[in-house]
Design a protein around this ligand. Structure first.
Ligand SMILES: *[C@@H]1O[C@H](CO)[C@@H](O)[C@H](O)[C@H]1NC(C)=O
Length: 131
């Protein structure tokens, strides 16, 4: 059966299935990280945790990374390159706040972070939160 022989109902069904596939694809496009349900303030106040995260991120290898930080490390270049297009508002907010605090409280490791992920220093600033 060619497309032009389809009944209007069949066409509608095909079209709706197509929309459903699209909707599923875009829902799966987002990121899921181990920190999605953690308050960014709690992370920032925990110096051990901050050091663990940042040492993993700036290291040339993944040897210092636990699985949750290794995952974030893998996502980070794309998040930065796309101004976090696929991030939730909460992820954007957490990210800008986290790195803002790191820049103030841990300038040395922040410098290493910039050198590795944002050498021109403009990518992080492109992440805009609406809230
Ligand atoms: C800080 O984070 C580390 C590593 O996740 C954890 O073991 C420790 O209990 C945390 N400390 C506080 C005060 O929450």
């Amino acid at each position: 059966m060619t497309r032009s022989n389809m009944s209007p109902l069949a066409r509608t069904v095909v079209f709706l299935s197509f929309l459903a596939v699209l909707a599923t694809a875009s829902a799966q496009e987002g990121y899921q990280t181990a920190y999605d349900n953690v308050d960014v303030d709690v992370i920032i106040q925990n110096d051990t945790l901050v050091q663990t995260i940042m040492k993993c991120l700036v290291s040339a290898t993944d040897d210092l990374c636990g699985p949750e930080n290794k995952h974030v490390k893998e996502l980070l270049p794309e998040m930065l390159a796309t101004a976090c297009r696929k991030c939730t508002e909460k992820q954007k907010h957490s990210m800008t706040k986290f790195f803002g605090q790191i820049s103030r409280k841990h300038p040395d490791i922040y410098k290493q972070f910039l050198e590795k992920y944002d050498p021109t220093g403009e990518l992080l600033g492109k992440i805009k939160t609406t809230a």
